[in-house]
Design a protein around this ligand. Structure first.
Ligand SMILES: O=C[C@H](O)COP(=O)(O)O
Length: 234
């Protein structure tokens, strides 16, 4: 099955560009505010409603911002605020620490579909992942916080990523990978075959805080679909 492409965007214009450029998931995020930087809720609501008004039926996710695991009340309040914006999924970063277990339990009890995103810079905690797999989440993701330190493949070894994909898939959830992934990572992604891969850095004109680049988006989409690409933007 083709690996689906999630593209992170920060505006209506970028969301429509991503939708027209082959994205399978539209992910609302402010890249300038961190790995899972949150947009203002009014912006999230405006983008979600603009997409629906343009009859874009793609699933839309939005992040709550980079909140620490000890800030559970703030995390839950933000999930509520973002979920009420008309998105399909609310993405929440899960740090590798003891408090994360209680955060996962609380997120699973939320009224909105939450996608936990395991912050994998220090590897993946198999116990935490197994715990999440036993809860009612539609999908689980791994991503990195430090986008300057290479890609997810520099942070986590292939066997560990393979185990993550297999564990999540066995639980019946969708599994997604992200973390400064580049076109050069597509072969490794294919080997792991997650349900979807998430991108921002690879589809911008410069670093991930700059504008979305239609050519890079099209080239990446073609590559993920297994189509020959004549020349990839550097
Ligand atoms: O959820 C996906 C991320 O926004 C990917 O961003 P990145 O490619 O800069 O790591």
């Amino acid at each position: 099955m083709t690996m689906r492409m999630l593209v992170s965007v920060r505006s209506v214009q970028e969301a429509l560009l991503a939708a027209g450029g082959g994205a399978d998931f539209i992910d609302l995020k402010e890249p300038g505010e961190g790995a899972l930087g949150g947009l203002p809720v009014a912006t999230i609501a405006a983008i979600a409603s603009a997409l629906r008004a343009q009859r874009v039926a793609l699933p839309v996710s939005a992040t709550i911002g980079d909140l620490p695991m000890h800030a559970l009340p703030r995390i839950l309040a933000q999930v509520e605020a973002v979920g009420a914006c008309g998105v399909d999924y609310v993405k929440v970063g899960i740090e590798r620490c003891p408090e994360a277990l209680a955060v996962l339990d609380a997120l699973a009890a939320c009224a909105w579909p939450v996608v936990p995103v395991f912050v994998a810079d220090r590897g993946l905690d198999a116990g935490l992942v197994a715990h999440a797999c036993g809860l009612e989440f539609p999908a689980l993701m791994a991503d990195t916080a430090d986008k300057q330190a290479g890609s997810l493949f520099d942070a986590v070894a292939m066997p560990e990523l393979r185990q993550f994909v297999a564990r999540v898939r066995a639980s019946g959830r969708l599994v997604g990978l992200a973390g400064a992934l580049r076109t050069t990572d597509v072969l490794s992604l294919r080997a792991l075959a997650p349900d979807f891969a998430g991108f921002r850095s690879a589809v911008c004109t410069g670093d991930r805080t700059t504008a979305l680049c239609p050519q890079r988006l099209a080239a990446l989409g073609a590559l993920l679909r297994g189509q020959a690409v004549e020349s990839l933007p550097a």
